[in-house]
Design a protein around this ligand. Structure first.
Ligand SMILES: C[S@@+](CC[C@H](N)C(=O)[O-])C[C@H]1O[C@@H](n2cnc3c(N)ncnc32)[C@H](O)[C@@H]1O
Length: 380
């Protein structure tokens, strides 16, 4: 029996059938869990491709997005950017390479639960100790309060969880994080809500047990419809509220409306670039993920949603076509040499096609939340 299955079986023996979010927490993030062992986004040897893993172009566009948000916040220095669910650090590295205008002010915090993935970040980026993320500090006189030094960026640092920091002008960015936050599962039977719990069918075989729940999910859906109970999302937003007093939270993910849940398979598993099996199978060996439900995102978020775009439109607004043309010119100028820069220029067209594919990554939702009054009339 795998250590993850053994841990889950022990929990169920001790407490009886557990909620699905507890099962997911252990299967993905517990010792030996899917992300804890370094599985996740990437190409060969990994499990699924996210936008940053398509190539450097997504990071170049994200760097432009950060500049636009920085300007909308009146160019704070330091400019605190927190990347939540930063995985192996690929997005952060490409943002740095794209050299956005905000770079001298930038303090970039990569937040990643998996120690294995945080170790990979160190191979991609020079990471500073966390207490320097908002420093170095200077004092004008001995009596003065310490204030952050200006233009001391970029500084990159990594943490396991969202920091309790407050800076004037902060952006939290989360690409494909919210779909991985543990959720319970409820089912409407026409009269009341039932919750899916996970029990044992054999020593290491898990099965669903439906139990009545008092939770009033407050949605009207056809009988038989299952909906996620966004417990992990609630907790994540609470932590976000402690980071962003004035600024933005940029969530990029696959999202859906509550009304669509009954007609689409919103809970999925992945491993080794293929669809996995039942979510209760082989815990720790496959990803468990769900569409983010827009209504739940809005009711759990402490800030208003100020913009909603499809990824394809967002990338076009940020100038992806212009970056592709620039790449083509670099390729044409350096084709005979075939050097790395020229080849990277040529690959931009393929990357852009994948990132804007309406049947794939291009359909992701880009959701911007404004905290402390930020972003009322913001456009990309
Ligand atoms: C689907 S991966 C996306 C990684 C990366 N953002 C990308 O787009 O390639 C989700 C990542 O979020 C991490 N994660 C999940 N919950 C987290 C949390 N509460 N805080 C920080 N990281 C978390 C996982 O360990 C995993 O590396």
């Amino acid at each position: 029996m795998s250590p993850v299955a053994a841990h889950l079986a022990q929990l169920i023996h001790r407490e009886g059938p557990i909620t699905f979010d507890r099962f997911m927490e252990v299967a993905l993030y517990g010792e030996g869990g899917f992300f804890a062992t370094g599985h996740g986004a990437g190409r060969s040897g990994r499990d699924f491709v996210t936008s940053p893993e398509v190539g450097p172009l997504f990071g170049a566009c994200a760097a432009r997005a950060l500049d636009r948000l920085w300007r909308a916040l009146d160019e704070p220095d330091p400019f605190l950017v927190v990347e939540a669910g930063a995985g192996n650090g690929r997005l952060a590295r490409e943002v740095l390479r794209a050299a956005p205008a905000c770079l001298p002010a930038l303090r970039y915090v990569l937040v990643e639960r998996s120690a294995a993935l945080r170790a990979e970040q160190r191979e991609r980026l020079a990471l500073e100790p966390a207490d320097e993320a908002l420093g170095p500090f200077v004092r004008r006189t001995n009596e003065d309060e310490a204030v952050p030094a200006l233009s001391a960026g970029p500084v990159f640092t990594a943490l396991e969880e969202l920091p309790a920091l407050s800076a004037n002008g902060t952006v939290v960015i989360a690409n494909e994080l919210l779909d991985n936050l543990p959720f319970g599962i409820a089912q409407w039977d026409g009269r009341r809500w039932l919750e899916v719990r996970v029990g044992l069918r054999g020593p290491d075989r898990f099965e669903e047990v439906l139990v009545p729940t008092d939770a009033d999910l407050g949605y009207s859906v056809p009988p038989g419809t299952r909906v996620p109970i966004p417990r992990g999302m609630e907790e994540w937003w609470r932590a976000c509220d402690g980071v962003v007093q004035h600024g933005f939270v940029l969530v990029i993910d696959y999202a859906t409306a509550m009304a669509e849940l009954g007609s689409r398979p919103w809970l999925r598993t992945y491993r080794a670039h293929a669809i996995g099996t039942d979510p209760l199978d082989a815990p720790g060996e496959q990803d468990i993920t769900a569409d983010v439900v827009l209504e739940q995102l809005d009711t759990t978020a402490p800030f208003p949603r100020v913009r909603t775009d499809r990824q394809a439109d967002w990338l076009r607004a940020l100038g992806i076509d212009e970056l592709v043309d620039e790449g083509r010119r670099t390729w044409e100028a350096g084709a005979e040499r075939g050097d790395i820069e020229a080849l990277a220029g040529r690959s931009r067209a393929t990357e852009a096609a994948a990132l804007t594919d309406p049947g794939g990554l291009g359909a992701h939702c880009v959701l911007l939340f404004g905290a402390g009054g930020a972003g009322g009339a913001f456009t990309w």
